[in-house]
Design a protein around this ligand. Structure first.
Ligand code: GZL
Length: 344
């Protein structure tokens, strides 16, 4: 679908007036409606695919990498005109952004949904406007799956199950398969497919180990600050924690701060086991040091696949409903093979 300069100009004016209240501005490839910063290079092509991207926030290292992956892949040089909005964890802001994209008649809408519920109405509006919606990273619960064209992201249930299977094997090696194991979980954003999927996946493995005691699940909101607060509270409540599951690296970083302040080491023989998710470089360095025992990868670099799928749709190709990113499980035994390649 070719988008003429006239439409881009109208799009830019609409964005400018709608967001900043001031007049049109000259060419750029990415307009960040959150900060009002214009992008980098002037537009060279007059045939651009316009994409409205509703990103849920900037809460973690992972999220920043995911945003950068999309901006790099959906650049003007690659044939795209990207309008980026950061909803700062608020679903209402995502609804507002999607409705703004609809009013600007973009060619595609991409959403990283902060939580699973509540999307039926706004996605019906996008469908009525004839604008395909692609879900990125997190998934949604809708009555009618035709509301979105495709989901590109991670299999969160599999990630949770991988962490549980690793713990089974680790306890077996330690000769602790029959011991009572007290487990606390610091969970990400409540109601997100990441929090819910990882909890269900790990929970399925825990259910087949009757000696595993899930003594607490607490909110960490995927942030380092909240992860630290929650870990400090759990340390005050429990003095016999054997396993700490953090549903992302940023919460693990916060938990480690609280553990250090309480004089509690993790990862070594007799220490609490620390399990994390995402596989950021900083976390893999802690895996290498033996502070984090295992880190289940959640790959944020989905921008290129997103661009391929949009180009495929433009070319009328058959597109799958679901695309899962390739993911690994990092431990002290294999981390050296991958740590140098981490770009986030
Ligand atoms: C998972 C993603 C999660 C990451 C967190 O796909 O949605 O959100 O695990 C991020 O780091 O905040």
């Amino acid at each position: 679908m070719l988008i003429k300069k006239s439409k881009i100009a109208a799009l830019l004016t609409a964005v400018a007036v709608a967001i900043t209240g001031c007049g049109p501005f000259t060419g750029f490839s990415v307009y960040d409606v959150t900060s009002g910063d214009s992008g980098i290079e002037t537009m060279s092509d007059d045939a651009l695919i316009s994409v409205g991207f509703s990103q849920l926030g900037s809460e973690s290292t992972w999220r920043s990498a995911n945003t950068e992956s999309v901006k790099a892949a959906l650049s003007t040089n690659n044939g795209f005109f990207l309008i980026y909005d950061n909803a700062r964890q608020k679903q209402e802001k995502q609804f507002k952004a999607v409705r703004s994209f609809i009013s600007q008649r973009v060619d595609y809408i991409v959403i990283c949904p902060v939580i699973q519920e509540g999307w039926d109405v706004v996605l019906t509006e996008a469908r009525d406007a004839g604008i395909p919606v692609i879900l990125l990273d997190r998934n949604i619960s809708v009555n009618d799956e035709s509301m979105y064209t495709s989901f590109i992201g991670e299999d969160m249930y599999a990630e949770g199950a991988s962490a549980g299977k690793w713990l089974e094997e680790h306890l077996e090696k330690q000769g602790k398969s029959e011991d009572d194991i007290n487990i606390v979980v610091i969970e990400g954003t409540s109601g997100s497919s990441a929090q819910e999927g990882r909890a269900r996946g790990f929970g399925a493995i825990a259910a087949r180990n009757m000696n595993w005691k899930m003594i607490a699940s607490a909110k960490g909101e995927f942030t380092q600050t909240k992860g630290k607060e929650t870990m400090a509270r759990l340390l005050r409540e429990f003095d016999d924690i054997d396993v700490i599951v953090c549903q992302n690296d940023d919460m693990a970083f916060g938990a480690i701060e609280a553990l250090n302040e309480a004089g509690v080491k993790t990862g070594g023989a007799g220490d609490p086991i620390l399990i994390s998710f995402d596989g950021t470089r900083k976390a893999l360095e802690l895996v290498k040091e033996g502070v984090i025992n295992v880190d289940v990868e959640c790959n944020p670099n989905s921008g290129e696949l997103l661009a391929q799928i949009i180009n495929g749709l433009e070319a009328g190709k058959e597109i799958k409903k679901t695309y899962y990113m390739e993911e690994k499980v990092f431990t002290k035994e294999n981390v050296d093979e991958y740590i140098e390649d981490r770009n986030y």
